[in-house]
Ligand binder design. Structure first.
Ligand SMILES: Cc1ncc(COP(=O)(O)O)c(C=O)c1O
Length: 367
């Protein structure tokens, strides 16, 4: 396998601790340990269960209608699940279709494996909705996996339940696996999509403690699948990468899952406070437009057509001079006029960050 650096994570690595206003994050405002009020004194610091702590797996399985703990594999973040699936389910030369823009590892890992990766690109002009006929036309007899993320990172768009069913039918019809990244699913709060894995054995659902729970630092993610062999394959590969999760991370995940509703309520309160700030800022903005995100804290605005500045200069000035962290779309192999703006941070931080975006545009004589 030949790995390149993950260009989005490289951007984080270079900028996240150098900036002051964090509008780059795709997780809800992250917790500090003390805020969780947990007692971890009795957590054994031995190796954990290779497929994940059984209590954690049972708490997670309860959330998937018809699935049990044998259908869940817990990993060190969804990131580890991705590489385990790529290593265990794909081969050099396998054809893989990945929705794009998307989280970079979903594209880079199959590439590093030597797979033949086709990008299924979502477009601003189509409200970032997947065109199912176009997707079907990309499927080949050797297509082994389709990878979709809804609600989307970075666009915040999502699909209807009807579309989800059509996508699952497509995977079944063409006898291919569908990896459905559901890391933002619960941000739909009252009406989330059904978890795709509950609909078909061809589908793998993936989720994580990182985003809506605000706990990326504990590095706990998981997959759910009706196909137990796939869950076992993930375990087989992860035994070579990490053996098990950190027991401390799993212990935190268990205690958080036991109070899941409190964490969802906190996320919802942050979204309810910050979304109107975003809406007010972007409404009638002279330079920036977006497809309004359906839910959550990710958005993918762009410089309006006709705004004549160099996007790279804009982002560099914003990040290096005004200390506002956002993600340039070039780091997602996408049209550089877009950037990812996450609004799950403190409301005051968001307001200052947005006003500094405007200052940057003034510096460049756009406003
Ligand atoms: C869509 C998506 N999938 C997977 C991941 C990996 O998440 P983690 O490893 O923190 O669980 C991310 C992280 O940003 C993501 O946005």
């Amino acid at each position: 396998m030949q790995f390149q650096r993950q260009i989005l994570e490289q951007w984080f690595d270079e900028n996240q601790y150098e900036t002051e206003y964090n509008l780059a994050e795709s997780a809800i405002r992250c917790y500090n340990m003390g805020e969780l009020g947990l007692n971890l004194d009795d957590v054994p610091l031995r190796y954990g269960y290779h497929k994940g702590d059984p209590h954690l797996r049972s708490l997670l399985a309860e959330q998937y209608e018809g699935l049990g703990i044998e259908n869940i594999a817990v990993t060190c973040g969804a990131s580890e699940a991705i590489i385990c699936m790529v290593m265990g389910l794909l081969e050099p030369g396998s054809h893989v279709i990945v929705e794009h823009p998307n989280y970079g590892s979903l594209i880079d890992n199959p590439r590093a494996r030597g797979c033949d990766v086709s990008l299924f690109t979502l477009r601003h002009e189509e409200d970032f909705q997947p065109d199912i006929e176009r997707l079907e036309s990309m499927i080949r007899p050797d297509t082994r996996m389709i990878v979709l993320t809804h609600p989307s990172n970075p666009t915040g768009s999502t699909i209807s339940e009807e579309t989800l069913h059509r996508l699952v039918e497509l995977a079944e019809k063409h006898d291919t696996l569908l990896l459905f990244d559901e890391l933002y699913r619960d941000f739909a709060f009252d009406n989330p999509l059904p978890q795709a894995a509950t609909l078909s054995p061809n589908v793998i659902s993936m989720n994580s403690m990182s985003k809506i729970y605000g706990l990326p630092g504990i590095r706990v993610g998981w997959i759910a699948t009706k196909n137990e062999e796939i869950a076992d394959t993930v375990r087989t590969v992860r035994e070579h990468i990490s053996i098990s999760c950190a027991t401390i991370g799993e212990a935190i995940a268990i205690q958080v899952q036991e109070r899941r509703e409190d964490f969802l309520a906190r996320a919802r309160a942050i979204v309810d406070a910050n979304r109107p700030v975003m809406d007010a800022w972007i409404k009638d903005h002279p330079c920036i437009e977006w497809v309004p995100p359906a839910c959550g804290i990710n958005s993918f605005p762009r410089l309006k057509p006709g705004v004549d500045i160099d996007p790279e200069q804009f982002i560099t000035r914003l990040v290096k001079h005004h200390k506002v962290h956002v993600i340039p779309a070039a780091r997602m192999e996408y049209d550089p006029r877009h950037f990812r703006l996450g609004f799950g941070c403190d409301t005051e931080e968001l307001k200052t960050g947005l006003s500094r975006i405007d200052e940057t545009l003034k510096d460049l004589n756009c406003i």
